[in-house]
Design a protein around this ligand. Sequence first.
Ligand code: HEC
Ligand code: HEC
Ligand code: HEC
Ligand code: HEC
Ligand code: HEC
Ligand code: HEC
Ligand code: HEC
Ligand code: HEC
Length: 436
Amino acid sequence: MAENTSFWRSARVLILGLLAVIIVPGLALIMFAVSSSMRVEPEATDALANSTDECVTCHRQTTPGIVAQYGHSSMAAAAVSCKDCHEVAGDYPGAVEHEGTFVLNQPTTAMCSTCHAAEVAQFNQSRHGLPAYVAVAGSQDLSPELLALYEAIPEGQFAPDKSRNAIASLEGPAITRFACESCHDIGKPAADNSVGQCSKCHMRHEFSLEQARKPETCNNCHIGPDHPQWEIYQESKHGIAYQTNGHTWNWDAEPGTLTVLDFPAPTCATCHISGFGASGTTHDVGARLTWYLFAPISERRPAWQDNQVQMQNVCRECHNENFIADFYADADLLVDAVNARVVESNEIIAPLKEAGLLTDAPFDQPIDFTHYELWHHWGRTAKFGAWMQGADYTQWHGAYEVLSDLAELREYAEELLGESASVPTPVSTPEATPGS
Ligand code: HEC
Ligand code: HEC
Ligand code: HEC
Ligand code: HEC
Ligand code: HEC
Ligand code: HEC
Ligand code: HEC
Ligand code: HEC
């Protein structure tokens, strides 16, 4: 009997063990299947493979690339059709007749907003919306509806009578079509009065999260001497982590659920857009910013305290409280220091203006360019480099160039004013008390 009991006992242990071996992975498999069926995996299948939709069947011949790309998107898997974005009534602004119906060649954000109202509203609140367009084209030709939309942007620096940018005017439309507009059209209004081009980040027709989350998407525009965020990111620790280990990160993770396990270091999108930690996903790229860094002399934004909390929530997922507070205190000091140099550059040319030695026309004298580049290229770069951890940009493409241009400005000023006049002497750096 005793032997029998122990036989059954060990048999039970064996069976339970076997069950555990079978059931636990089985359950895991089921849970995996459930979770992956909730999230449609892009690229796994072509959702349009058996489609009989006439747009699809004909366009598989005429534009096979578009149909193949769209077939792999999660929207196609969710049965969103070509017509949902393209088809409109015949009297819709911008409609063109096509194969017995009317379509928009470039679906507008009004089309997206029927299903993504939140993203479109956030985008409209941001400087990627109308402010980006106004920066080049001015605001003087906006319709009353668009002016009202522009005025409602809290950080849009509303200016109802802003005229076309001086450099854009000097260059002319034959050039700006391929230059300023190519980047600033991210906020261009369409014929139906809706604003912006989502496809600047969500490249047609894949609408891939991985593509939008990668920093290369932003480098289309955030690059070059006046806003080298891409270059700065590449030399930062965050960018190094991306470049060396990014291939192991969870690029397709469900929006709003991202953690440091998915992304051990941030990309541009993590800090400025993605839901991460206590900060929710936003298409308002200004929602986490403290300063107007792009300005000649940077001031804090109207809602800077709230914005700062939003950004620091992101840092907090990976860094501790003191680290973040010290970093912010130090970077604030750098902004003050750069501001002081730009004030100095204005003081150097002020006597020239008073003496009528500078023309009113913009960008017709070499001194105009030096004075402009000092803040527009080098001052900005020093600030961006500090906030996004690109020491080489802060130093050699930023602060050093500011010093060099200050010396040049002083020389110009002395030449123009003659020896008798007094050119302000260099100011000393404001006393800095580092936060750490
Ligand atoms: C019988 C074939 C056929 C059907 C059906 C069809 N298209 Fe087209 N479509 C074409 C051809 C051909 C072109 C021109 C391609 C080119 O110029 O390279 C075109 C062009 C387009 C363009 C670009 C127009 C431009 O000028 O840039 C859009 C957008 C478009 N189709 C959308 C649709 C949508 C949406 C549907 C379904 C409502 C649809 N098409 C149905 C054949 C078709
Ligand atoms: C989620 C919205 C959306 C869906 C769905 C969609 N498109 Fe588009 N499509 C766009 C946008 C936005 C553009 C214009 C972007 C631009 O020009 O920058 C565009 C442009 C086009 C063009 C002109 C592109 C060119 O380079 O000439 C064609 C053709 C086209 N779509 C066909 C299709 C077909 C066919 C389908 C279905 C298989 C489809 N689209 C589904 C949003 C969509
Ligand atoms: C008819 C409704 C509809 C329209 C119109 C529409 N979408 Fe979508 N979109 C969806 C649905 C549904 C999903 C969710 C797919 C999923 O998460 O599996 C989605 C998902 C997305 C995603 C996330 C993709 C992912 O993998 O999670 C992006 C980006 C997107 N849409 C962009 C756009 C843009 C840009 C436009 C306008 C040019 C647009 N959509 C128009 C319904 C729509
Ligand atoms: C097609 C060009 C383009 C692309 C792509 C682009 N941006 Fe921008 N971005 C701009 C322009 C233009 C501005 C300046 C708008 C203004 O202030 O007039 C801007 C401004 C910003 C700002 C400052 C907003 C503010 O309130 O001052 C942030 C942050 C930003 N972009 C982040 C990103 C990120 C992150 C990406 C990639 C996911 C990205 N951008 C992709 C053109 C682009
Ligand atoms: C490679 C893309 C690109 C090109 C080309 C470009 N910009 Fe920008 N521009 C940007 C980005 C990105 C910013 C945002 C910088 C920031 O917020 O830090 C910006 C910022 C600005 C700003 C400051 C923001 C504002 O709203 O006042 C102005 C003004 C501006 N650009 C005007 C122009 C003009 C005029 C041209 C052409 C002569 C031009 N840009 C060409 C990408 C570009
Ligand atoms: C500056 C680049 C940029 C622009 C412009 C942009 N998006 Fe996005 N979008 C992103 C990024 C990055 C994500 C992924 C966010 C994340 O990591 O969770 C995203 C995600 C989305 C999603 C999925 C969000 C979710 O929570 O499921 C939708 C829908 C979407 N975008 C729609 C739009 C629409 C509509 C527009 C135009 C009004 C637009 N986007 C313009 C960068 C952009
Ligand atoms: C670690 C988080 C982080 C990453 C990664 C990051 N940024 Fe930033 N970014 C910041 C912070 C912090 C600031 C300064 C914010 C402020 O004003 O408080 C900033 C400032 C900016 C600005 C200046 C806005 C202005 O006021 O002129 C732009 C534009 C921008 N980032 C775009 C980008 C782009 C594009 C990338 C990727 C190439 C990127 N950022 C990567 C955190 C980040
Ligand atoms: C997803 C995680 C993650 C987020 C979010 C994040 N960081 Fe980092 N950060 C890292 C990693 C990883 C490193 C590299 C640490 C190392 O050198 O060992 C780093 C390094 C740094 C460094 C040191 C750079 C150097 O050259 O040594 C600074 C400063 C920094 N981060 C600031 C920030 C700020 C500010 C934010 C928020 C705006 C932020 N980080 C958000 C992961 C993150």
